[in-house]
Design a protein around this ligand. Structure first.
Ligand code: GAL
Length: 397
């Protein structure tokens, strides 16, 4: 009897200690974004030409294309929705968005979530109304509308930082501004994903979580070109230790389906973003997708790598000039590996299993061709197309 009571007490103690150790991280991120957020954002394709009708059409297409069922949940309105403040300082949408609450209801009715955009400065990057001096009021308004995600873009807040007097004071000023909005969002009681956008300034990955960020942009804007996409993607080397459940590095939204890259280059884009545990925010017109674009965006095995529950971001294993090998440890003990050829012509690439911490024999699966290649001894070599990738899932035998 005495022993039973003692062991019960020991189990109870372990649970309390575990809860205490997990508490700070959970409190900061509010339990949100346990895996990198997936959804769609209006900016890359529509920029300023976004309105209520278009957003509803994107929500419809998210469902009918099968993207929602593949995991894409957020419908995020970027810049240019903002209207004027009324006499009480309450923000209203402009005429492109007649009724934000009705739009949120529509999106929620489809099993999706709605995101919005603002700036800590007086103006957004497209010169619309920002949240400066109205943080709590805006957070409250978003919560009343039923908003689930906020992208908070530095933009004109740079002026406040320049006035701070020193680089250290400017840095503090920026952190305070992000913390202020984080607290305002928390105060609403509504779970709202907080996305920091300040283009990676001051090594945001080191402090993004401490100001309440669930994700933070690590770079300037992506464009629909292989050169820019890979410039950003491959510059993420070394950042893996800063990402994890609730707080992610964000190398910017996807360009898949926008037409500026070849299919093999978009495959590189998806593979690299999945290895990076990057948010997957489609940036194309979902209402006008080819079957190839849908297949690229909804590949279940690629998404499973991105959304792996262990939440370890991948990192560079080796670069031999433009031939790069990246790997990501997965929850089941296997590794996702990308053999990337940044040359414009095909090249043979070889991975030794020892380079990714595996012993001699391993089972290899080619993810994009969905083929088990069987057990291999020592390593694996493949022909990789120019600007292309061979994405593998390798498990110890
Ligand atoms: C940029 C941001 C883009 C987009 C744009 C809107 O600063 O990086 O992703 O949000 O502003 O004006």
């Amino acid at each position: 009897m005495y022993w039973i009571q003692r062991s019960r007490f020991a189990i109870f103690l372990c649970i309390i200690l575990y809860m205490k150790s997990a508490a700070p991280a959970m409190a900061q991120t509010g339990g949100l974004a346990a895996t990198p957020p997936m959804g769609w954002n209006s900016w890359n394709h529509f920029a300023g030409k976004i309105d209520d009708v278009t957003v509803r059409a994107q929500a419809d297409a998210m469902v009918s294309s099968g993207m929602r069922d593949a995991g894409y949940i957020y419908i995020n309105i970027d810049d240019t929705w903002e209207g004027e403040r009324d006499a009480k300082g309450v923000i209203h949408p402009n005429s492109k968005f007649p009724d934000m609450k009705a739009l949120a209801d529509y999106v929620h009715g489809k099993g999706l979530k709605l995101g919005i955009y603002s700036s800590p400065g007086p103006q957004t990057c497209a010169k619309y109304e920002g949240s400066y001096g109205h943080e709590e009021q805006d957070a409250q308004t978003y919560a009343e509308w039923g908003i689930d995600y906020l992208k908070y873009d530095l933009c004109s807040f740079k002026k406040m930082m320049d006035q701070a007097g020193s680089p250290e004071a400017a840095h503090r000023t920026m952190l305070d501004a992000y913390t202020k909005m984080h607290r305002a969002l928390q105060k609403t009681g509504r779970p709202i994903v907080f996305s920091l956008c300040q283009y990676g300034a001051d090594a945001v990955w080191r402090w993004g979580e401490s100001v309440g960020g669930n994700l933070w942009r690590t770079s300037g804007d992506i464009t629909d070109k292989y050169s820019r996409m890979t410039e950003i993607g491959f510059s993420q080397a070394g950042l893996s230790r800063y990402a994890g459940p609730g707080h992610w590095n964000d190398p910017d939204m996807l360009e898949v389906g926008n037409g500026g890259m070849k299919p093999g280059e978009y495959r590189t884009h998806m593979s690299l973003w999945a290895l990076l545990a990057a948010p997957l925010l489609a940036g194309n017109d979902l209402a006008k997708m080819t079957p190839e674009t849908i297949a690229l965006l909804t590949n279940r095995e690629v998404i499973a790598i991105d959304q792996d529950s262990a939440g370890h971001q991948g990192d560079r294993v080796r670069a031999e000039g433009p031939l790069e090998i990246w790997a990501r440890p997965l929850a089941d003990g296997s590794k996702a590996v990308g053999l990337f050829n940044r040359f414009d012509w095909p090249m043979e690439m070889r991975l030794e299993f020892s380079e990714i911490g595996l012993t001699k024999r391993a089972r290899v699966r080619d993810v994009w061709s969905a083929k088990d290649l069987g057990g291999m001894e020592g390593g694996y070599a493949a022909q990789v197309p120019g600007h292309g990738v061979v994405l593998l899932r390798i498990s110890p035998e």
